[in-house]
Write a protein that binds this ligand. Structure first.
Ligand code: 6DF
Length: 482
């Protein structure tokens, strides 16, 4: 138990001195967490909340994993701090575990460079790609999320979560001036539930060798000028944007990048390290990237850590140059100790395999809810990363919030289905929600118990029953979301 904490004082200091996110001062409601354990947040009054956000889909090995915590304590006995110019056993071992033990059999990975976050991993990946190809342009996609720092934010096109300001009592909002910076070009998103090209999957496969969204992407790259494009960056599954591409998409993107001689950066910050039942999301499709970013599950968020993996070819290129880049805390020895302990725990317990099994169980339960509830439009996912599309009308796919993924989160948003559903599941002691208005993004730790999965399903069943009351059945024409 923690020592006596004056939570009154904590609340006062927090309200007076901390800049809060995504709510105005009037809207702010503090959620004090006294400690965490497994898949639970424990509040000062002893309330335990089952976290099916897994914070930001990032505590893969569970909160306060004893093996990781012990490793941190042991490292803290040896280190304060050394910066990247100095090697430590922890950093070398972390790199070896990634390149040899985890990625060895895929035989593409060359070397690792660590960072302190996923945004910085994306920044580093973009810079390496531009240096390697000596070209300025990057291809990204609608609804992508790649981070908040300037370069990563250029690739982030989920417009409402790109550091903008929004009013609660009006539709007023403000984007960061100069965001996104030049040099980024936006390809269509492979979002089959709501295709921005107006197609329907799988019928769209008859449009040609490539899916229409891939055709449009290739056309965009040729229009920009293939010899000016360094790389295309993709998430294997859209994390914050909340949808999974069709199985043909990534293999076609891989082939297109190879054919057009541009690099493919696969952003595995959220999906990486077992989240979908394989070590990495791209492995679900039997393809390998040129550069891969990582964070979150790399260290199970026990301490800040991220990084990039570069191919053997790019590693050989980098070895021929003096590369001056520095970030003070990159490869922090104690964070590296946590990375090593987390990866060894995941390897020893086959956490990706455990997650695949849990996903089969949990996905089956979600699909039962899809059949039962009028408000559930579709269920897709794998492992511990699921998407539930919420609709007002199952036949027409009408949305409760037509603005959908183009929201700036300004004005009245309490009736966004994801917010409403969270307000209902919390009544059952469960946190379930999403980061777009109409789409739940669900996932617990990869070692979540069956009992906790059942508890989350029961809470969702209750929330969907409440929302079903507000659904309609009329057969009006298909209404497109924004
Ligand atoms: N790349 C991807 N996700 C990411 C993230 C980053 C890079 C954010 C926190 C998220 C996820 C789900 C819902 C809402 O945060 P960071 O700088 O360590 O990593 C940036 C594919 O998903 C972060 C937000």
């Amino acid at each position: 138990m923690t020592k006596n904490i004056d939570w009154q004082k904590v609340q006062e200091w927090d309200e007076n001195y901390y800049v809060h996110l995504d709510v105005t001062k009037e809207e702010y409601q503090q959620i004090p967490v006294e400690r965490t354990e497994g898949d639970y947040l424990v509040l000062p009054d002893g309330t335990k909340l089952l976290d099916f956000f897994n914070q930001l889909y990032c505590v893969n090995s569970g909160q306060c994993n004893p093996e990781i915590q012990d490793a941190i304590k042991e490292a803290a006995d040896r280190y304060g701090f050394v910066w990247e110019a100095f090697n430590t056993d922890y950093r070398a071992k972390a790199a070896k575990l990634i390149i040899e033990d985890i990625l060895g059999k895929d035989s593409w990975a060359g070397k690792v460079s660590f960072t302190s976050s996923g945004s910085e991993a994306v920044e580093k990946a973009l810079i390496i790609a531009k240096l390697y190809k000596n070209r300025p342009n990057i291809i990204t996609r609608e609804h992508a999320y790649h981070g908040w720092t300037m370069g990563a934010a250029g690739a982030t096109r989920l417009i409402g979560v790109r550091s903008g300001l929004a009013k609660g009592d009006s539709e007023e909002y403000r984007q960061v001036p100069g965001h996104p910076m030049a040099g980024y070009h936006v390809a269509p998103a492979p979002n089959c539930f709501n295709c921005s090209l107006g197609h329907t999957y799988p019928e769209c496969k008859s449009c040609g060798e490539q899916l229409p969204c891939v055709q449009q992407t290739e056309s965009l790259i040729r229009t920009v000028g293939t010899d000016t494009v360094a790389a295309m960056i993709t998430e294997p599954s859209f994390g914050a944007g909340s949808f999974h591409p069709p199985k043909e998409y990534l293999p076609q993107i891989r082939k297109m990048c190879t054919d057009l001689d541009i690099l493919w950066i696969c952003d595995e910050v959220l999906v990486g390290f077992g989240r979908m039942g394989t070590w990495f999301g791209h492995q679900q499709y039997g393809v390998t990237p040129d550069i891969m970013t990582m964070a979150k599950g790399l260290v199970s968020s026990a301490l800040p850590a991220g990084g990039v993996v570069i191919s053997k070819e790019i590693a050989e290129f980098m070895d021929e140059w003096r590369w001056w880049t520095v970030s003070t805390f990159a490869a922090h020895p104690i964070a590296m100790a946590a990375v090593c302990a987390n990866l060894e725990y995941m390897i020893k317990n086959d956490l990706p395999g455990m997650c695949k099994e849990s996903g089969e169980y949990f996905g089956g339960k979600l699909r039962e809810l899809e059949k039962k509830h009028k408000c559930v439009g579709s269920v897709t996912g794998a492992g511990m990363l699921w998407v539930v599309e919420i609709v007002k009308n199952k036949k027409t796919k009408e949305r409760f919030a037509p603005i959908d993924r183009h929201t700036m989160y300004s004005g009245e948003i309490s009736m966004y289905p994801t917010k409403y559903i969270l307000s209902k599941t919390v009544e059952k002691g469960v946190l379930v929600g999403g980061f777009t208005p109409n789409t739940l993004r669900i996932g617990a730790s990869l070692n979540v118990s069956k009992e906790d999965m059942d508890k989350a399903i029961d809470a969702l069943d209750y929330a969907f029953s409440c929302l079903d009351e507000m659904c309609t059945d009329d057969e009006q024409k298909i209404i497109k979301s924004a």
